[in-house]
Write a protein that binds this ligand. Structure first.
Ligand code: HEC
Length: 284
């Protein structure tokens, strides 16, 4: 006897299935499976759904079988529309291009990098005052705190060069909202940097604490002149030592114990720091 090919058998079985109404209409669970058999070439849930939907059309069975929950979910799920696919594919390229625009400018001002280095390394100020000047063993310097104590950089230079034990118990600085500073009041002393730093390094540390950490306004011509002067000294690798006697002549006796305030009589050797008065003198 010749064998009947399997697919023909399936076809006849499917045709018979119409007559065998009980099998098809009795159980809803069976119907999709039987329908799937009638479309053997198709595979996957969508094919089943299509076939299942086709059944009621040529079947006397009145109600369509409910679709399985996973097919309903698949059909209702939001899909990325076809037109958006190239956009989605291009996202990584956009991300790389965008990251490129976020890079820091390459050019760095040697004044700022040099000043930060003294604060962090040569002076080690950050060890006691915090990397951002938030304070620690030593006072907080940031957020306008150090400029509140020292309205002018020159008095701060003397304080850092001389240290605080040399004026133990004495008041220094301007009157602050929380009172006037008294040397040694914290129970710790500010070390003296007269022997450890050069004058340029001292000025750089003070510049960093004021302009960068404390947010002092640097826009005045006198301040800009001071910054330019520091850049020049950096460029020539200046290593002049700190002359505390000279700094005390430049400092304000109102804020600095032992200061004379007489200033410098040497034009080639002016007091360190911004010179706002020089503009007025020149104008007057
Ligand atoms: C070993 C810890 C230590 C180091 C290092 C240190 N300081 Fe101080 N600093 C202190 C202490 C403590 C005080 C407060 C001392 C006191 O009570 O008189 C202080 C006070 C100060 C003040 C006074 C602030 C104010 O508002 O009264 C300034 C300015 C200052 N330090 C700057 C510096 C600079 C600049 C450097 C680095 C060149 C530095 N300090 C390094 C511990 C330190």
């Amino acid at each position: 006897m010749t064998e009947i090919p399997e697919h023909l058998l399936k076809r006849s079985r499917a045709a018979k299935g119409k007559g065998d109404a009980p099998a098809a209409s009795d159980s809803t669970a069976v119907t999709p499976t039987a329908a799937a058999e009638s479309a053997p070439a198709a595979a996957g849930p969508p094919a089943i759904a299509a076939a299942a939907a086709a059944v009621p059309a040529d079947s006397p069975a009145p109600q369509a079988p409910p679709e399985p929950a996973y097919i309903v979910a698949a059909n209702n799920r939001k899909k990325i529309p076809l037109w958006a696919l190239p956009l989605v594919a291009a996202l990584p390229i956009w991300a790389i291009a965008f990251a490129g625009t976020m890079q820091q400018p390459e050019v760095e001002d040697p004044l700022f990098t040099g000043a930060e280095e003294v604060y962090l390394v040569e002076g080690g100020c950050s060890g006691c005052h915090g990397g951002a000047g938030g304070g620690g063993v030593g006072y907080k310097l940031s957020d306008g705190s150090v400029t509140e104590t020292f309205p002018e950089p020159i008095d701060q230079m003397v304080h850092v060069a001389r240290g605080s034990s040399a004026i133990q118990g004495e008041s220094y600085g301007a009157e602050r909202a929380d009172g006037t500073r008294e040397s040694g009041a914290t129970g710790n002393n500010m070390p003296a940097f007269e022997e450890t730093l050069t004058l340029l390094q001292l000025e750089l540390a003070i510049f960093h604490e004021r302009a960068v950490l404390s947010g002092e306004d640097t826009s005045s011509p006198g301040y800009q002149e001071w910054m330019e002067h520091l850049r020049e000294l950096e460029e020539e690798g200046n290593e002049d030592p700190i002359d505390l006697e000279f700094l005390l002549k430049c400092a304000n006796p109102e804020f600095t114990p032992g200061a004379t305030g007489e200033g410098s009589d040497d034009e080639d050797h002016p007091c360190p720091g911004p010179h706002e008065e020089s503009e007025e003198v020149a104008a007057g």
